[in-house]
Design a protein around this ligand. Structure first.
Ligand code: ATP
Length: 607
């Protein structure tokens, strides 16, 4: 099993081993150079002041200046390397994060939350490119300062060590206090973001029906709650950062005091007083830096753990043997589907088979599970039991990319992308086949309509295809479904926004797919579309209550419809009459009972 040939561990560790060694080495030199101040102080006090030698002072100053410059250059270089590590990490992880973000909605994770992997990569990159990680490269070199302080006097060494231990204790406390709070802040901020997103998407309804203010207030309540929790987390972090800063200053003064005491007792020289104080402060600096950046570190660490988890869950794929293009059957075997994140059965033991050239119309009342069946057939939702087989192979034996080439799908909400008409039809292929694009558009009878757009096939259609009308969107989506003649074409209410001409084109397109040996599954609310299919399935309460040749099934259903207008006959309506077919349970609550076919006229009257 692999994530596109990249194991998660590889992603996070081995790729950076060489860089890590370079950073640790650079940090060693930086930390040795950081002793410059202490050594210079000591030499000035102990040598220059006692000897009054200007030459020594100048020589020491030049040497110290050179060492400071080296330290500065190395620190700049180290920060640049860290930024590059952040960028490289981004370049490796962002494609996976984007891929995960597009798979999570299929697992029932809603829009904004599905973007968390992308935000997590941002968070890891942001942390790596900042000052935070520097602390971790400096921490291993604290012993350099401890040795230096001990060499000045063992008591000064012990005091520095005690200071380091106390500050590390504070860091661990910080970790304990911040862990749960950061998770809570993240969850609340996700909820807030989801609400803002929903308000923006549904602004039209909220404005015209006068509940925009209430929608805004709902958002503000969520926002206030999040800010409160976030403020508590910040307060804790800031308090610990201040405590560590003050503690460092106290230790510095204590080192001065102890140095003075030891000087008076004649155990150290005057220069050691200042040198000890500086070195103690320098020893504590990485710990203090770590505390100051603990929140960022904690967030990045959680982000990294979430990424590893989501990549393993959502992107892990078995290396698959490429199968030949399907050409004979679609088999649905005892498929049971649970609603995402619940134990509720939305589909229960559905079984049927379709052969090349057959077209199935799926009808049933609202919420019966028709769209769920479509999603199960194309592999968007995994069945909890049973399987879907194309030419005998279960969907997971095909692999997403390969299967996608053999599937055409028009979802109920169409789902177009911000790009040109041509890009949408060819599914954003990097090397699109212009002939195939036009063929698909002609097959969907949308070619002339596209030519009438301002830039024809090169017209940008806006986010979600917002520059097109609902009917135009549906027809472009049909062309995308027909691109490169896929074997399996699944259409979820493809005629809901079509006029008579569009519906006639749809019927023709379905016939053409069947004639070339494809299989069509079409969910239909309006009976006109059933003209193009030879099989009908009725889904009721998640179960298959009827399946078979179209006329036979409709005749049976209509016979069971007392006073039904069509008597024993089951002719689909001629295109353009705009009736709707809605089988509903004869008995409320019956899971798979008989169905009544209600036909509605365009004016909504039940006939
Ligand atoms: P319609 O004709 O109104 O489109 P449908 O027959 O296509 O209805 P589905 O969309 O398949 O119905 O929904 C079947 C059931 O699954 C419904 O009860 C619905 O509440 C539930 N359901 C659908 N999507 C989800 C989801 N993402 N999370 C939880 N439940 C869901």
């Amino acid at each position: 099993m692999s994530i596109r040939g990249l194991s998660t561990e590889t992603t996070f560790r081995s790729a950076y081993r060489g860089v890590l060694i370079a950073l640790v080495t650079m940090s060693l030199v930086v930390n040795i150079l950081a002793l410059t101040g202490s050594i210079y102080m000591m030499q000035v006090y102990d040598r220059v002041l006692s000897s009054h030698s200007m030459t020594t002072l100048v020589a020491l100053s030049v040497l110290a200046a050179a060492m400071y410059v080296c330290q500065m250059l190395l620190e700049v270089l180290r920060a640049r390397v860290m930024r590059r590590v952040g960028d490289r990490m981004d370049a490796r992880l962002m494609p996976l994060a984007q891929q995960a973000a597009m798979r999570l909605p299929l697992a029932g994770v809603s829009g904004v939350n599905a973007l968390q992997p992308v935000r997590d990569v941002d968070s890891v990159r942001g942390y790596l490119s900042g000052q935070g990680p520097i602390a971790f490269f400096d921490l291993p070199w604290i012993p350099i300062y401890l040795i230096f302080a001990t060499a000045l006097h063992p008591i000064l060494g012990i005091m520095t060590l005690a200071g380091v231990i106390i500050l590390i204790g504070l860091t661990l406390l910080s970790e304990r206090l911040m862990r749960d709070r950061s998770t809570k802040v993240l969850q609340m901020s996700q909820r807030r973001q989801a609400m803002a997103d929903e308000n923006a998407r549904n602004a039209e309804a909220a404005q015209v029906m006068g509940f925009a203010d209430r929608a805004r207030d709902r958002f503000l309540r969520q926002s206030d709650e999040m800010l409160l929790v976030s403020a508590k987390a910040s307060d804790t972090g800031n308090a610990l950062a201040s405590l560590s800063r003050v503690f460092r200053m106290m230790l510095q003064s204590a080192m001065l005091g102890m140095g003075a005491y030891l000087t008076i007792k004649g155990e150290v020289t005057g220069g050691a007083i200042i040198a000890g104080s500086i070195v103690a402060s320098r020893a504590l600096a990485p710990v203090e830096l770590a505390i100051g950046n603990w929140r960022g570190f904690s967030e990045a660490r959680h982000a990294r753990a979430r990424l590893a988890d989501v990549f393993d869950r959502v992107l892990r794929e078995t290396d698959l043997t490429e199968l030949p293009a399907p050409k004979s059957t679609l088999r649905v075997e005892g498929v049971t589907v649970l609603a995402p994140g619940t134990r509720t059965r939305v589909l229960d033991g559905i079984t049927f088979e379709l052969s090349a050239g057959q077209g199935l119309g799926v009808i049933g009342p609202s919420g019966a599970g028709k769209s769920t069946l479509a999603r199960a057939i194309i592999g968007a939702w995994n069945p909890a039991a049973g399987s879907v087989r194309v030419d005998g192979a279960t969907l997971d034996q095909w692999g997403r990319e390969t299967l996608g080439r053999h599937i055409g799908y028009v979802p109920q909400d169409v789902q177009l992308f911000d790009g040109t008409v041509a890009e949408n039809i060819c599914r954003f292929e990097s090397e699109p086949d212009t002939e195939a694009i036009i063929k698909a558009a002609v097959a969907a009878n949308v070619h002339q309509l596209i030519l009438r757009l301002p830039q024809g096939y090169d017209t940008r259609i806006g986010s979600d295809g917002s520059h097109l009308s609902a009917g135009q969107r549906q027809r472009v989506a049909l062309a995308r479904a027909l691109y490169r003649d896929p074997f399996l074409v699944v259409l979820d209410e493809p005629n809901s926004n079509l006029d008579a001409e569009g519906e006639a084109a749809l019927i023709e397109a379905v016939r053409a797919v069947r004639e070339r040996g494809g299989v069509v599954v079409m969910i239909a609310h309006r009976s006109n579309a059933l003209t193009a299919v030879d099989q009908v399935a009725i889904i009721n309460g998640g179960r298959l209550s009827a399946f078979g040749p179209r006329d036979e099934v409709l005749r049976k259903v209509l016979r069971g419809a007392p006073g039904g207008p069509m008597g024993g006959a089951a002719p689909p309506d001629p295109p353009g009459t705009q009736q709707s077919v809605q089988p509903v349970p004869a008995t409320a609550g019956a899971a798979a009972g008989p169905v009544t076919l209600i036909l509605r006229n365009p004016d909504g009257k039940q006939t």
